[in-house]
Design a protein around this ligand. Structure first.
Ligand SMILES: *Cc1c(COP(=O)(O)O)cnc(C)c1O
Length: 378
């Protein structure tokens, strides 16, 4: 078959042909019992190989230009299974300082007990990673753009550093989505997505995916069948349906977020805007080099003259809810939500202050979003 472009991959790649009735979409195969072959080859939902699971794995692998993939029940199932599969007691990991809260909790709560050593970087420059490498460093783990300040890590430079030292690189690519950023092309080994966000896109699915080269996926598979974090076939079907519109959704997220970032940047009641698409973002030049679009996430600092509770309660269509990546625009305050468990000192070190708000810009009409923000910013 000819090589398809991204929008066509979103729609067609991996789909199951309905041999029985000739229907236009993949049927759902809910069976948990299939003919017995050899142990490693048997079809079983926990073996990540039901027809509907394979649709998602194939689609994301092709979108990310990876050899193979696995479909998980959540982003955290994908992250925890990957790390536990690739690490053993005595290994060391270098983690980027700004990473997803759930990943941070996994490291801080469980790694000591597992005998796995770790360091967090002090920043995202290449020498921040380099200075933390030890003789037993097995993985460098990054997240870009990061949450909530949209910090940009130079993917190619970190991948090169890791390759020079024989270290595996893992990226959480959730914020960018496979439409905006393909880390494997920049030298990264393992790409993870919380499919709960842009891949699902409608705030009604919890899922995760991992893609990499076949031998790494084989290792993650071996741990995955023990931990049991596979996604149900019904959810795979919903996720396949969602991914069909991923390309068009992301284009709209990109355009809307850029417009909102410029609008907030010029607003007198906003003191700072963090968006990798803005020329004043400290790593805009790196973002421009490694991203096809700047994504739908941004954050900003409110002027002290605004009462923050009143601000939140004024919105007519923007929803003050958790999570991100849905078609609807949502807003939250990281100090009360995603970063509430960090100490104030740690938050301040990262620049997460009490007047910081994070916006997941949806795909509504831009005028309606601007109007809603404008009437709240008084
Ligand atoms: C939400 C999120 C996760 C975790 O995904 P779940 O599907 O909630 O388990 C991991 N990384 C990032 C960047 C996220 O935003």
């Amino acid at each position: 078959m000819t090589k398809l472009n991204k929008h066509s991959v979103c729609i067609h790649t991996g789909e199951i042909k309905d041999e029985q009735f000739g229907g236009a979409v993949s049927p759902i195969f809910m069976s948990s019992s299939y003919p017995f072959l050899e142990v490693e080859q048997k079809r079983y939902p926990r073996y990540f190989n039901t027809p509907n699971q394979e649709v998602i794995a194939r689609k994301i692998a092709v979108l990310e230009q990876a050899e193979a993939g696995l479909t998980f029940a959540s982003g955290m199932a994908a992250i925890s299974t990957t790390l536990l599969a690739l690490l053993k007691p005595g290994d060391h990991v270098v983690f980027q300082n700004e990473i997803y809260g759930g990943t941070y909790n996994l490291i801080c709560k469980d790694f000591d007990q597992l005998g796995i050593q770790y360091s967090f970087t002090d920043g995202v420059a290449v020498n921040d990673f380099e200075s933390k490498i030890k003789s037993n460093t097995k993985i460098i783990y990054i997240e870009t753009p990061s949450n909530p300040l949209l910090t940009i890590t130079d993917i190619k430079a970190v991948a090169q550093l890791a390759q020079n030292n024989g270290i595996i690189t893992v990226i959480d690519n959730t914020f960018a989505s496979p439409i905006n950023q393909n880390p494997i092309l920049l030298g990264i080994d393992v790409v993870i997505h919380s499919a709960t966000k842009y891949l699902g896109g409608h705030s009604d699915i919890l899922a995760g995916v991992v893609v990499s080269q076949q031998n790494i996926i084989d290792q993650i598979f071996q741990k995955g069948i023990i931990l049991g974090g596979n996604l149900s076939d019904f959810m795979c079907y919903l996720l396949e349906r969602s991914i069909k519109t991923l390309g068009v959704r992301i284009e709209k997220h990109n355009n809307n977020a850029m417009d909102i970032a410029l609008f907030l940047n010029n607003h007198s009641k906003v003191n700072a805007v963090y968006y990798p698409g803005l020329a004043n973002h400290p790593n805009h030049h790196i973002a421009k080099k490694q991203m096809n679009g700047f994504g739908g996430m941004l954050s900003f600092k409110l002027d002290q003259s605004i009462n923050q509770t009143e601000f939140k309660n004024r919105f007519k269509i923007i929803k003050p809810t958790m999570s991100l990546g849905g078609v609807e625009t949502t807003i939250l305050k990281p100090t009360l939500t995603s970063h509430a468990l960090l100490s104030e000192e740690d938050r301040c070190k990262q620049g997460i202050t009490d007047n910081l708000w994070r916006l997941s810009v949806g795909i509504e009409d831009i005028e309606d979003l601007k109007n809603d923000l404008n009437q709240a910013l008084i």
